[in-house]
Write a protein that binds this ligand. Structure first.
Ligand SMILES: [Mg+2]
Length: 132
């Protein structure tokens, strides 16, 4: 049987200082802020996760709970995708990345992964170490 108090102690022991100590967190924020916009990065990271969750809720309900695919459903997904991109763009800004370069890098990565230009399971499952 799992002892949740023991597991809680384990989780605490394997959690980094910046994750659990405000002074350590503030030190990391200060150090990283010389290179990137940390508040904007946090906003975008948390926001993307939240908005992706909002988007995923819709196909989840359509596929598993009988929600019909209607114009309203499509409109709702359209709006959630816009919310995701809004946060994605803020992440690019926070990291001083050109959004065009981010997309080009994604294309380059996928063209390398799938040399024939089409998906295949073998290439998907057998990636080189640099293919993240
Ligand atoms: Mg939303």
């Amino acid at each position: 049987m799992i002892d949740l108090k023991q597991y809680q102690s384990f989780v605490t022991a394997v959690t980094s200082d910046p994750s659990s100590n405000i002074d350590s967190f503030n030190d990391r924020v200060t150090a990283l802020s010389t290179q990137i916009n940390v508040p904007l990065l946090l906003t975008s990271a948390i926001g993307m996760a939240a908005e992706i969750g909002e988007f995923c809720e819709i196909p989840k309900k359509m596929l598993f709970q009988g929600k019909p695919l209607t114009d309203d459903t499509l409109f709702h997904m359209k709006r959630e995708l816009g919310d995701v991109i809004w946060y994605w763009m803020n992440a690019c800004t926070a990291l001083n990345l050109n959004p065009d370069d981010v997309i080009q890098e994604n294309i380059t990565k996928l063209e390398s992964r799938y040399p024939g230009g089409t998906f295949n399971v073998y290439a998907s499952e057998h990636r080189v170490a640099t293919d993240i």
